[in-house]
Design a protein around this ligand. Structure first.
Ligand code: ZN
Length: 219
C-alpha cells in the first residue's frame, strides 16, 4: 500500500523486496514470552506485500485476537549479499530505520502449540509497517543505539541495540548464509521487551537514536 523506500525523505529508485526477520534477538523479550533464549538466530520472512508505511494510519486485523507491536531497528540492504561475512554485510547497508513486526499473538501461540509454522501470524498484508531510512552516518554507533515506542504517551518498549544476542553485522551475514539478500530487501533485527496488544485508536510514537522519529495511529 503505497510504500516506497526513502532515505532522509528522498524517494529511492530501489524495489521493495522481502523483509528478513529474527525472533528472540533480545534476551529479555524471549523471557517475557516464556521462550528459551536461542543458541542460533531464528529467522523468518515477511513478503513485500506485508509492508506499509509506518506513518499516518496503520490498519490492524480485526477478529483475530491480540495483535502485538514489536518495535525493531530496520536495515535497508543496498548491495547483494550471499554467504557474506560481517564486514561485507556492514558495507552493504544503505540505511537504518524503524519497523513494526506486527504479530497476531493468539494465533501464533496456537500454531506454536501444534509445532506448526507461524507464518500467517506474522506475514499478513500490513504486518510490517516501515519508516523511511536514515544513513548509517546519522547514527553515532548503530550497535549502541536506543530505540523506544510510546503508546498513548506511555513508554511501552525501550531498548538499546547493544543488547542484541546476535549483533547487527553478524546477524545480516548469518541471514545471507540462508537467503540471498538483494538491494531493496530489509532486515528487522529483533524486538526488545515490552511487546503488548494494540487497540484501534492507539497513538504510536517511535524513536531511533537521535535521528529518527515516526508517528502513526492504529485503526
Ligand atoms: Zn519481531
Amino acid at each position: 500500500m503505497n510504500y516506497q523506500h526513502s532515505l532522509n525523505g528522498e524517494a529511492l529508485d530501489l524495489p521493495l523486496g522481502k523483509v528478513v526477520c529474527v525472533g528472540r534477538n533480545y534476551a529479555e523479550h524471549a523471557r517475557e514470552l516464556n521462550n528459551p533464549v536461542p543458541t542460533s538466530p531464528i529467522l523468518f520472512i515477511k513478503p513485500a506485500t506485508a509492508v506499509v508505511p509506518f506513518a499516518g494510519e496503520i490498519c490492524i486485523p480485526k477478529g483475530e485476537g491480540e495483535c502485538h507491536h514489536e518495535l525493531e531497528m530496520s536495515v535497508l540492504i543496498g548491495k547483494p549479499l550471499q554467504a557474506a561475512g560481517a564486514a561485507q554485510a556492514r558495507d552493504a547497508i544503505l540505511g537504518f530505520g524503524l519497523g513494526l513486526d506486527l504479530t497476531l499473538r493468539d494465533l501464533q501461540s496456537r500454531l506454536k502449540e501444534k509445532s506448526h509454522p507461524w507464518e500467517i501470524a506474522k506475514s499478513f498484508d500490513g504486518a510490517c509497517p516501515l519508516s523511511g531510512f536514515i544513513t548509517p552516518a546519522q547514527l553515532t554507533d548503530p550497535q549502541h543505539t536506543d530505540l523506544s515506542l510510546t503508546v498513548n504517551g506511555s513508554l511501552r518498549q525501550q531498548g538499546n541495540t547493544a543488547d542484541m544476542i546476535t549483533p547487527l553485522y553478524a546477524l545480516i551475514a548469518y541471514m545471507s548464509q540462508h537467503f540471498t539478500l538483494l538491494p531493496g530487501d530489509v532486515v528487522l533485527t529483533g524486538t526488545p521487551a515490552g511487546v503488548a496488544a494494540l487497540q484501534a485508536g492507539d497513538q504510536l510514537m517511535a524513536v531511533l537514536g537521535e535521528g529518527l522519529r515516526c508517528e502513526a495511529r492504529i485503526i
